[in-house]
Write a protein that binds this ligand. Structure first.
Ligand SMILES: [Zn+2]
Length: 96
């Protein structure tokens, strides 16, 4: 059983199966407005980007792999975000 309101964290960059399952159940679809792509077919996006250099440089991780920092985005909307043409925030767990 997975509590949808509990943060699940992972130490590295790649989300775990348990995190994927929680996001699929919590978000149901891509979180972009009106997008209906099922969450199970979406990418898991780090809302605040994961900084791959942080650990090596001794800085705190700004975008940890924790479910309050992950959201379902379909490939199209994930690319839109990565390109900087759309921004998303997650003020609380699962609220975008
Ligand atoms: Zn989408």
């Amino acid at each position: 059983m997975i509590d949808l309101n509990t943060d699940i964290s992972a130490p590295g960059y790649t989300p775990t199966d348990r995190q994927r399952e929680q996001i699929a159940l919590r978000d149901r679809t891509c979180v972009f407005p009106w997008c209906s792509q099922p969450a199970r077919r979406c990418d898991l996006d780090h809302t605040i980007p994961f900084d791959h250099a942080a650990a090596a440089e001794g800085r705190p991780q700004p975008g940890p792999t924790i479910t309050s920092n992950l959201g379902a985005l379909c490939r199209r909307h994930h690319r839109l975000k990565t390109s900087g043409r759309w921004r998303v925030s997650q003020p609380s767990h699962g609220v975008f």
